[in-house]
Design a protein around this ligand. Structure first.
Ligand code: GLA
Length: 738
């Protein structure tokens, strides 16, 4: 039986995640490998046949010697075995959904993986790296599993490196990043929260109990991979976790292309999670001696609900993943919605003045500035020809950068360098750089096709688009990097016989380009955009400072969209722009944008005097609070899905400053805040002065003029009523310890 345990592990073979040791199992020994972070542990353990199983995921045990006793408590196995392989192979004794499927050089499809050894090394005080080596006893085939743990943040990144020394090429038919097993010790089962969406309808959540069999979330779109689904998900154990209660596991692929996550609930109620690149149409040919490295699967776990899990991921992202996560950001005025493709130098000169007048840091010139033989005056031409359009911009970008500087603001620009319109010089010059089937009619998405980033020459071209802009305009301060099309008719002229590599090599090609950009321009702010939020993942975000959540900027919709992204991403990454979408007043639009990285995309000249002065003073308030919003701890207080008003707050590290945002999301008669909303994360012993800010000119605070000083104790146990209603649809409260 696969799960039999032979012997308790000698102490010397038991490794905590923070120790620098190496181990090898003797024939009869059971090796137990705990992968620990501050609060959690995953436990791996060998069985009688030296298969390595994952026997535990949950709160870390006080007594590490007890990890080796966990598996004995489970009596689930029958003849077919309950299989909890740490990386399920296929074609031998494991019959569940595989993490890996291969075709050996001799055509055989059977793989068996047994434990060989492991090492644990410390990267620094916080980070450790566990590497487990598994081998097939029959074939010269090896998988190394990497677990990079961030101790304080309770976060793990897990990936695999696959290698062989067979006599010819081995085909990898499936090659997951991670395979996790959650024990079925509850009657309440496992609850999956997942996200689907579409353009302007990003991150729509659904939560349901997993039934037996396999549930898969995936993408096969190639680029703009999150248009319909996200790889980010939450699994609650027993019952759906709330913000502050319940056991919850969060996972997401760090990969900007096709992904696949399988959730298999087995006959004994255990849940197997297998996450990785989508293997659909993507067999990978691996030569002897070569290594295939999967992208990382990212996860955390909390015993204290979804809020705690989110804060773990958010602080991990700020500290370790996104570019300059603990640094600053630029507020901006964008021209996409105010001009679309219709602008020229004099119009832009006016917008640069408006940028200064409004009081933001930067002007962002959007789509439409390039293309000459095929001018970019609409979305049907010009992509690929990254030269300034001579009619619109006779003096080029450099004169705009100078003009911005003369106005005391910075200048940024939009590009979409991975794409090409058939109406372009690039398309005519390099048809072989374009992803399309040689013998089929072309199929367009937004009138465009995707360039073949598997081809190193195309990588050079795409890098060149960015590099030329910065070389010619060293003071260029910001880039919005867009990606609007999916991949149809996947075919690479460059890959020749390895067509099934296209989806994988595309993303790795993209990452090569982004690595080169970051090597040369380490800190310049880059916004990750993909026709709205069609590409939001930590694989890409390690090269970006922020992302564009959605083209839908109706603030009522944005409350929900920004709320859902906050489960995985910190507020500093969420670009929230004030636009003319929706029916809400300017105050509501500004208040909603303020809960993340604020920007504007409206015609300043059309604002009434009061609207303009409101925006200007809100920007001053933002300046005073942005440090708390960008770097503080976030607490979701009242969900827009369940309440008339949504409430969310941010607290700085020493709990001396906080801000609470409240948005009415129900416009039916009498809707509004009826009861106080309990705050979180404050110091109970501190006294806080509460002040309503972002008041529209001529209006007083809804909270009146009385003394609004409360103890943290009161605010967290009783709460405060923000009095959001049809008369005050959004209320922003600032808290300062006195
Ligand atoms: C995409 C982006 C928009 C805008 C347009 C320009 O749709 O999401 O913000 O930049 O492209 O064409």
């Amino acid at each position: 039986m696969r799960t039999t345990q032979r012997k308790t592990l000698p102490l010397g073979l038991l490794f905590a995640g923070s120790m620098l040791l190496a181990g090898r199992a003797a024939a009869q020994d059971v090796t137990t490998i705990p992968v620990e972070t501050q609060h959690n542990a995953i436990v791996l353990q060998t069985d009688a046949e030296k298969h390595l199983n994952m026997v535990y995921l949950g709160a870390k045990l006080a007594n590490t010697s007890e990890y080796s006793r966990i598996q004995k408590m489970y009596k689930q196995a029958d003849d077919s075995g309950v299989q909890n392989d740490v990386y399920t192979p296929s074609g031998s004794a494991s019959l569940g959904e595989p993490a890996i499927t291969v075709t050996h050089a001799d055509g055989n499809k059977s793989l068996n993986l047994t434990y060989v050894s492991h090492t644990v090394s410390k990267v620094d005080d916080d980070i450790s790296l566990l590497v487990v080596t598994l081998k097939d006893p029959v074939y010269d085939f090896e998988v190394k599993l990497y677990y990079k743990t961030y101790f304080k943040e309770d976060v793990t990144e897990q990936w695999s490196v696959i290698k062989h020394n067979e006599k010819g090429v081995v085909t990898l038919n499936k090659y997951a990043s991670a395979n996790l097993n959650l024990k079925g010790n509850t009657t309440g089962g496992f609850w999956l929260k997942q996200y689907h969406g579409n353009w302007a309808m990003e991150v729509q959540p659904e939560e349901a109990r997993l039934t037996h069999g396999i549930k898969t979330i995936d993408s096969k779109l190639g680029t703009r991979a999150n248009l319909y689904e996200h790889s980010m998900f939450a699994i609650s154990l027993d019952k759906p976790a709330t913000e502050d209660e319940g056991k919850v596991f969060y996972g997401a692929m760090e990969w900007s292309g096709n992904f696949r996550v399988d959730f298999e609930l087995d006959v004994a109620n255990n849940l197997k999670i297998i996450a990785g690149i989508n293997n659909a149409a993507s067999e990978y040919h691996l030569k002897p001696g070569a290594e295939f490295t999967t992208p990382a699967f990212l996860y955390t776990y909390s015993d204290h609900g979804k809020g705690d899990a989110s804060r773990k991921l958010q602080s991990w992202a700020r500290k370790y993943k996104i570019v300059d996560g603990e640094g600053s950001r630029l507020t901006l005025l964008n021209n996409w919605e105010s001009t679309y493709f219709d602008f020229n130098e004099s119009k832009l000169a006016g917008l640069l003045k408006d940028t200064k007048k409004l009081g933001v840091d930067l002007f962002l010139l959007d789509d439409g500035w390039f293309g000459n033989s095929h001018p970019r005056n609409g979305d049907n031409a010009g992509l690929g020809d990254w030269q300034e359009n001579k009619q619109k911009l006779p003096n080029g970008i450099s004169s705009l950068v100078k003009e911005a500087q003369a106005n005391g603001v910075k200048f940024g620009i939009w590009i979409e360098p991975e794409m090409v319109n058939p109406a372009s010089d690039l398309y005519k010059a390099h048809p072989d750089w374009v992803i399309k089937q040689p013998n089929r009619p072309e199929k367009y998405f937004r009138n465009q096709l995707v360039l073949d980033l598997a081809n190193p020459k195309v990588q050079d071209f795409v890098f060149g688009v960015v590099d030329n802009l910065f070389t010619k305009n060293p003071d260029l301060a910001y880039i919005k990097w867009d990606c609007n099309a999916v991949i149809y008719n996947a075919y690479s002229a460059y890959l020749k016989k390895d067509q099934s590599h296209i989806y994988v090599d595309y993303v790795n090609g993209l990452y090569n380009v982004l690595k080169r950009v970051r090597a040369k321009y380490p800190k310049v702010p880059l916004m990750l955009c993909s026709g709205g939020g069609g590409r939001v993942d930590y694989g890409a975000l390690q090269y970006f400072t922020e992302f564009w959540p959605s083209d839908n900027t109706d603030p009522l919709e944005r409350v929900f969209i920004q709320w859902e992204y906050s489960f995985f991403y910190p507020a500093i990454t969420s670009s929230n722009h004030v636009t003319d979408w929706g029916k809400q007043p300017i105050k509501y639009r500004v208040d909603v944008a303020m809960m993340g990285k604020m920007g504007f995309d409206i015609v300043i000249g059309k604002l009434s005097e009061n609207d303009l002065s409101f925006c200007q003073s809100a920007l001053k308030n933002y300046d005073a609070l942005k440090d708390v919003i960008w770097h503080g701890d976030q607490y979701r207080l009242a969900s827009p899905w369940d309440n008339d008003a949504a409430s969310i707050m941010y607290v700085n590290t020493d709990k001396s400053k906080a801000v609470m945002f409240n948005y009415l999301v129900n416009n039916r008669y009498g809707s509004g805040s009826k009861v106080p909303v309990r705050l979180k994360g404050l110091d109970p012993n501190k006294k806080y002065r509460v002040k309503e800010i972002n008041l529209y000119p001529g209006t007083g605070s809804v909270l009146g003029n009385e003394d609004l000083t409360f103890t943290g104790d009161f605010l967290m146990n009783v709460g405060i009523n923000p009095e959001a209603s049809a008369y005050h649809t959004s209320v922003v409260l600032q808290l300062e310890a006195i």
